[in-house]
Design a protein around this ligand. Structure first.
Ligand SMILES: C[S@@+](CC[C@H](N)C(=O)[O-])C[C@H]1O[C@@H](n2cnc3c(N)ncnc32)[C@H](O)[C@@H]1O
Length: 491
């Protein structure tokens, strides 16, 4: 016989009977803490016996904790069943929770949301410390009190949480250090163009102009707009392509690509992903539609080769990646790292194969084909990292590139493994935010999405990546140290 549900109701605790012979000895103190913080979030399971007795099959210690916390009644789910079923339920309720196991990564992430306030969860600070500390520190069985435990930052450069803050002091210093090597990812389009032709240099020129016109409710001449309203791009952005963050590159390679593993990038854009890969010893194959961009990337690579900064030389090719991905060797790459156009937010060229010139539907279809091809080129048990942001169309509607990426990746057989928000400097968003918000209630965009996918098994992919190395080649470390000493605004 199975149990038959009767009803759920509040019952005076004094009317309840403990299950005779309950073998479990629960921690009433911990349950009391949970009740204090979260209340009674689950009913006791009670058997209504033939003689009218109400016997607690599941939740005997919760009943004790409720009584100790001053509750006079407990919410109970009442069932009828025979004696043998009652015993089976009591045994199962105590035992079944013990039989599962934990994904410690997911547990650590969940606990991190508690911001150190673990009361009522059953966890203590010590438990959390143990969870995030490697079990076999320096190979010693007994932890030596004198050995300082490595912090998350020591082990992974920064704690591997799902908010990556590029405004932090550490990040800004690291970015300066990378850029001090002479990475000029912004070069490739518009370089050498007369700065007076702003619309040629700033890909957002027309969007900015129409936003100001909308706010003012009237049209503007170019000279009026440029003289009174134009917010210049950062120098590093005056090229027609937004610049991918070298620190994000570094983290992506160190965290998600095996040492010496090959990276493929179907929307290569500027040089940064290739150069950082080369410095960190990962062979890189990047493809982009724009010849001028790739030529400029190759020039930078040649300069880096001459300066002996590269442990692996990045290779860039020119063409439509919808074709390029079909000639990539299947299962040959150890990582995909890429950053597609954010719909038509920035238009990179007038080439009809350029995704940034396409309608949203055509973009999604071409994008899905390219992601599928890149996924085919990826070995099993490896990661793909795709950095995206939502973009507005000319009517002001926001388009969900994050969702489109997750759908394209799923169709390509990639599992959405984790995602982080990359918090970016407000920059020109800070200048425009007031007007844009007043006019449309649009919120200033100060983040991008870093989406991590896995082909195969997450744990096998993590194993393939091995321990995260924070090591830098000697020359690079020397150059970084010089910037470290001069960094003033990074604190
Ligand atoms: C977001 S950008 C990459 C910019 C990147 N954030 C950087 O660091 O320079 C996207 C790139 O995709 C390229 N692209 C667009 N459609 C393409 C296609 N069908 N095949 C190859 N590249 C394409 C554009 O030329 C552009 O350089």
């Amino acid at each position: 016989m199975t149990a038959v549900y009767v009803e759920t109701r509040e019952i005076p605790i004094s009317d309840l009977t403990r299950f005779p012979g309950n073998a479990k000895r629960g921690s009433v103190e911990d349950i009391r803490a949970s009740i204090r913080r979260s209340g009674q979030y689950r009913s006791l399971v009670v058997r209504l016996c033939d003689d009218g007795a109400l016997v607690v099959l599941a939740g005997n210690h919760t009943m004790d904790a409720l009584a100790a916390e001053g509750y006079e009644t407990a919410r109970c789910e009442i069932n009828t069943c025979d004696e043998q079923t009652a015993r089976r339920i009591n045994l199962a309720d105590n035992r079944l929770a013990e039989l599962g196991e934990y994904d410690n990564d997911d547990l650590a992430v969940l606990l991190s949301y508690m911001d150190g306030d673990y009361e009522g969860t059953g966890y203590t600070e010590d438990d959390v410390e143990k969870l995030i500390t490697p079990p076999d520190l320096d190979g010693l069985d007994e932890p030596d009190e004198d050995v300082e435990k490595p912090s998350l930052a020591d082990r992974f450069l920064i704690p591997p949480f799902d908010v990556l803050d590029s405004r932090s002091g550490w990040w800004r210093t690291r970015k300066k250090q990378w850029l001090s090597l002479g990475i000029r990812s912004e070069v490739g389009r518009g370089d050498g163009l007369a700065f007076s032709d702003l619309s040629m240099i700033d890909p957002n020129y027309y969007r900015k102009k129409s936003e100001v016109e909308q706010t003012l409710g009237r049209g503007l001449t170019h000279s009026e707009f440029e003289a009174e309203h134009y917010v210049p791009m950062e120098t590093s952005l005056r090229s027609g392509t937004s610049v991918f963050d070298p620190v994000l590159c570094e983290l992506a390679y160190r965290w998600f690509c095996p040492s010496g593993g090959t990276v493929v990038d179907p929307f290569a854009g500027g040089s940064v992903r290739g150069l950082v890969a080369g410095i960190l010893g990962r062979p890189y194959l990047g493809n982009d539609l724009r010849p001028e961009q790739i030529e400029s990337n190759r020039e930078q690579r040649d300069e880096f080769v001459q300066r002996r900064l590269l442990a692996a030389d990045p290779v860039w090719t020119i063409g439509d990646s919808a074709d390029w991905v079909t000639v990539l060797e299947p299962e040959s790459a150890d990582m995909v790292l890429t950053c597609p156009p954010y719909y038509s937010l920035e238009q990179y060229s007038s080439n009809p194969a350029d995704l940034s010139t396409m309608t949203h539907a055509d973009f999604d279809a071409a994008y899905a084909r390219i992601i599928a091809g890149a996924a085919r080129a990826l070995r099993n048990d490896r990661y793909a990292v795709i950095v995206v942001g939502d973009a507005r169309d000319s009517k002001g509607a926001l388009h969900d590139l994050r969702g489109a990426t997750i759908r394209a990746a799923a169709a390509a057989g990639l599992t959405y493994a984790s995602g982080a928000v990359l918090v970016t400097l407000a920059g020109s968003a800070a200048v425009m935010a007031g007007n844009v918000f007043t006019a449309t209630r649009g919120l200033g965009r100060v983040h991008q999405d870093v989406l991590v996918f896995c082909k195969g098994s997450r744990s096998a992919a993590a194993q393939a990546c091995g321990d995260v190395s924070t090591h830098l080649p000697e020359d690079i470390e020397g150059a970084f140290a010089e910037v470290d000493e001069t960094a003033d605004d990074a604190a």
